[in-house]
Design a protein around this ligand. Structure first.
Ligand SMILES: Cc1cc2nc3c(=O)[nH]c(=O)nc-3n(C[C@H](O)[C@H](O)[C@H](O)COP(=O)(O)O)c2cc1C
Length: 187
């Protein structure tokens, strides 16, 4: 089974995207491994740091190298992805010619309090991933509407319809990563 990195586009402690991302591993096919890849501590990318990268940036590159694929769970800020996520992607795109997302399968979803609140952000992210030559899952597009009352006190999701939306997404995302990982491994 594949090993998948989950990248939450928000660095807020109370992020609704993180709350929903936290639910995903339990809904995935058995045996899938997940690792949350943190972007909060990355400094702002500056090409003048090339050749003398901060440890946290090297760790970010290594973490991406260690997974078969990635799932982005992102909010929309100002009709695009948050600056923190764009910054993390900029780090991952360097050194020149060594973009961490090249050939790395990806899937995208987003959480907002409105029904299709992250549509623009997801479209922008898909554009960036296309440029990075990351094969990105086309369907299901997942615009997840956050409702605090759908969660139990332990953070578990209680609403069956919402569970089913997430299960459909994570099953498709895992199959997508698995398919590409098998091709890459020649099996
Ligand atoms: C700087 C900023 C810009 C935002 N812009 C949008 C937007 O363009 N579209 C949208 O649906 N929500 C927007 N929101 C509202 C977010 O959807 C909401 O804050 C949500 O909680 C963010 O997800 P998070 O809690 O995971 O960070 C914005 C929020 C912030 C802080």
């Amino acid at each position: 089974m594949p090993r998948i990195g989950i990248i939450v586009g928000s660095i807020a402690g109370n992020s609704i995207n993180r709350k929903v991302a936290n639910v995903l591993p339990a809904l995935a096919p058995e045996g899938t491994e997940f690792e949350f890849l943190d972007i909060a501590d990355l400094p702002l990318y500056n090409y003048e740091l090339d050749g003398d990268w901060p440890e946290v940036a090297t760790a970010w590159k290594n973490a991406l190298a260690g997974v078969d694929g990635v799932i982005f769970v992102t909010p929309e800020y100002s009709r695009s992805i948050p600056g923190a996520l764009k910054n993390a992607i900029d780090w991952a795109s360097r050194p020149w010619g060594q973009n961490s997302f090249t050939g790395k399968p990806s899937a995208v979803m987003g959480v907002s309090i409105s029904p299709q609140g992250t549509a623009m952000a997801q479209q922008h992210l898909r554009n960036i991933l296309a440029h990075s030559d990351s094969p990105t899952l086309g369907q299901p597009e997942t615009f997840f509407q956050f409702r605090a009352d759908a969660f139990g006190p332990d953070g578990s999701l209680q609403d069956e319809t919402q569970i089913s939306i997430l299960r459909t997404f994570i099953e498709a995302a895992v199959a997508h990563v698995d398919k590409h990982a098998r091709v890459a491994a020649g099996v």
